[in-house]
Write a protein that binds this ligand. Sequence first.
Ligand SMILES: Cc1ncc(C[n+]2csc(CCOP(=O)(O)OP(=O)(O)O)c2C)c(N)n1
Length: 681
Amino acid sequence: MPLIDSASGNVIREYTVEQLRDAANRMRGYDLVALHAAGSGHAGGTLSIMDITAALYLRAARHDPANPAWPGRDRIVWSAGHKAPSLYLGLAFAGFCPLEEVVTLRKLGSPFQGHPHWLKLPGVEVSTGSLGQGLSISVGMALAARLDRRQHKVFCLMGDGEQQEGQVWEAAMEAGHFHLDNLIAVVDCNRLQIDGWVKDVMQVEPLADKYASFGWYVMRVDGHDMQALVNALEQARAATGKPVVILADTVKGKGVSFMENQAGWHGKVPNRDELSTALIDLGLADQIPVERLLAHAREYQQAAEHKLEEAMPQFSRNYWWNAAKIMKAAMEPTRKGLGQSLAANGGDERVVCLGLDISGSITISDFHAGKPERAARWLSMGIAEQSATSAAAGLAREGKLPVVGSYATFSAARNLDQIRVSVCYSNLNVLIVGAHAGVSVGPDGATHQALEDLFAMMGLPNMSVVVPCDVVEARKATSYLLLQHNGPKYIRFAREATPVVTDEGTPFVFGKTNRIRLRRESANFAEAFEIRLDEQCRDEGEDLTIIACGPEVPEAMRAAWILWQEYGYTTRILNMHTMKPMDEAAIVRAALETGAIVTAEEHQVGALAGRVSSVLTESPRIYGHPVITAAIGVKDRFGDSGAPWELVKELEVSAEHIAMKAAEVMVHKREPVGASTRRHV
Ligand SMILES: Cc1ncc(C[n+]2csc(CCOP(=O)(O)OP(=O)(O)O)c2C)c(N)n1
């Protein structure tokens, strides 16, 4: 079946198998250019699925690029959201969007988000990125089509690692139960996932038997044989009485010699030289206008940056990290602290670590790296966050010290009920790692940016929550939580390198806030500040307090520097690393002694601000004392693709935003109600 003009029902274009092969090959070339321009993304899986993409978008599916919302169109659900660039190229080649725009992939504000968002790009059916949800959405769409007596088909594209998600099998059961013969699933079986071969990470085969036993027709094809793919898709359309799954055997990184069958190319993109070699491999050296496309990507990026800078609070000079000769900051990813602690403490025989197919990147695999004697205590659970959470509870019930982690949005949101009941209600000793939290997974986009996790984790009875401010504090916090703290515990940290502002000697006491004061100007940013336990400090008559956690602590320190330089205000910073139980005494002291509090969190505003506010409203010692409060955080919106530091600006959680808000607060502190409110900073 070809592309259709929905108004007349006429065929717009009929691709031959040879033309489809050629299109798939060129799509691979454009994919690599877009990934190179983005600087991040998934080369391996986008290349393996490209023949399927071409066969589906240019031949099998009935749709009209001029009318993406045509009710009679086939629906294509891209469950493997990380392979978004293939979807975008399918749409572009079919004529849904301009081909050259795809090079704005993963850039701030681009319709070509890191993971597909249907509200940003016509032709995308639904938003995906959290693996394992697409088949359920497809079941819903297929049921809706049946209820509405429509004849279109619903296609669902998945990966083979993705089959590890339990939700896939709930959906498979539903599709079989409802005899959804308008549903066609395609699995890109490239046999690799992030942590290695699927069979080693968590065996999913025999997939054919599994689907068949759930009441599906099963076809197995060579996913790079265009004729076989076209035939299979056509046969699947004709099936009656049961849903169809096409298991397409593919090669990850297909077409590029140095990427084929290499797990390392899962989440990696080619540099300029590698791009040239790859295009030669694909026989496309002179066939894609690489320089023109890259120039377009650069122009888009410059315009996005310009818009962002225009919207930033303005001060007399540039205070950004490392912008000036003084106040230089060393940067290191906070996540490394987890790995350092697990490597150091993993000798304890009770410690077991559960991998969720994102092990190297979040550093949990440092637990066993180079230590074969720990291999038995490294438990690869596959992409199955919900089951792994309850399994961790089982391990804890038997006296183990389990650590389970993934992107915070998958380890502290997708599995929320398992955390609530299996872990918290049972009050078990499970350390849950919320890695890559906040905006620090930047280009991946909103689906991967945990900006809500603290609400749930802090709201759970028995749960303790720590949000370390840098790599050193992350190591100390992990070590404490792992070996000394009993009960459910959640540690949350970022992916991106952030300033290192503490050192070995900095106190870390669970539940006790650190107070940070700017003492001097220094070539080294961290050395300009003194950090002590808040309860050991005396009042120095500071003008205001900034209470911050995680990556907002260094931002708060930079804000204190701005406030001193621009207005002469002195700031007390509270590093609220332990978000639960929160150090209420430190908050009350700050309120009484400074009378002005600004909270700063890289999260939907309220996890920190709401808790601080309730401490203030619940504390009789505050009665009668004026306290002005303000909050910095993400304001009830999803994130976006973009560089992490761009998103810090876009979501208004930078030091500049904190400083500007603090300056406003100071106007009100100095001129209380009744006085003139005309003065603005
Ligand atoms: C629920 C969820 N957990 C984890 C991830 C992170 N993640 C992205 S891709 C991926 C591996 C997917 O493997 P597979 O389905 O085989 O895709 P392919 O290897 O073909 O890229 C993981 C774990 C995610 N996106 N969603």
